[in-house]
Design a protein around this ligand. Structure first.
Ligand SMILES: CC(C)(COP(=O)(O)OP(=O)(O)OC[C@H]1O[C@@H](n2cnc3c(N)ncnc32)[C@H](O)[C@@H]1OP(=O)(O)O)[C@@H](O)C(=O)NCCC(=O)NCCS
Length: 171
């Protein structure tokens, strides 16, 4: 039987999370960018120091999915940083949700998402938001199943490139 267990990330996960984030972002979106834009983005937002800072910050939430001692996925959440007009002071955000490609479609992403939504609610965050690439139809279907609907748009920088993203809010 294949068992994938969820747990909160520990400070000692920083290097493994950075490697997993680097791999899964590149697998999912790497083809969209010029190599120099992708490299600049990964060097900044998927570095080990970035993850060390994340894991030392008690206001952020990071959960990992593990199998046989290896990380296969992760989710990150916290206070909402999206450019929402009139953003509510306690607004929360699902910030990253990624699995290795060979683990897609087995319910693990839904489990991670449910855990993050619960933890955000328990910390008093409301309402909850997520930013999703305008052409990531699979993720949009997933978020719709959990009550997220489109309330706006923004542009997410990857190096010099700007991704058109939807802002979704949970009703
Ligand atoms: C999005 C993701 C975390 C979902 O996890 P999962 O374990 O595959 O999802 P589940 O098995 O729990 O649920 C299946 C749903 O996930 C979504 N999904 C499945 N594969 C996907 C993929 N390659 N990319 C995006 N969403 C996907 C679909 O909504 C799917 O439902 P469907 O059968 O109606 O299409 C995972 O597919 C993934 O890591 N995708 C690539 C990264 C990504 O797009 N992250 C979201 C950024 S906002």
């Amino acid at each position: 039987m294949t068992t994938v267990a969820l747990r909160p990330a520990a400070p000692s996960d920083a290097a493994a999370l950075a490697a997993l984030g680097h791999q899964t972002f590149t697998q999912t979106f790497g083809h969209l960018y010029r190599p120099e834009d992708l490299a600049a983005f990964l060097a900044d937002s998927y570095s080990v120091p970035w993850h060390e800072t994340l894991l030392a910050d008690p206001s952020r939430l990071t959960w990992v999915a593990g199998h046989d001692g290896e990380l296969v996925g992760f989710g990150i959440a916290g206070s909402c940083k999206l450019p929402v007009p009139g953003r509510e002071p306690r607004a929360g955000e699902i910030q990253r949700l990624y699995l290795r490609a060979e683990w897609h479609g087995r319910g693990i992403g839904s489990r991670l998402l449910e855990r993050l939504l619960l933890e955000l609610q328990q910390r008093g965050h409301a309402p909850l938001y997520v930013g999703v690439w305008s052409e990531n139809f699979g993720a949009q279907r997933l978020y719709a199943r959990y009550g997220f609907t489109r309330v706006g748009d923004y542009f997410f920088p990857v190096g010099e490139h700007r991704d058109h993203e939807f802002i979704l809010r949970r009703s």
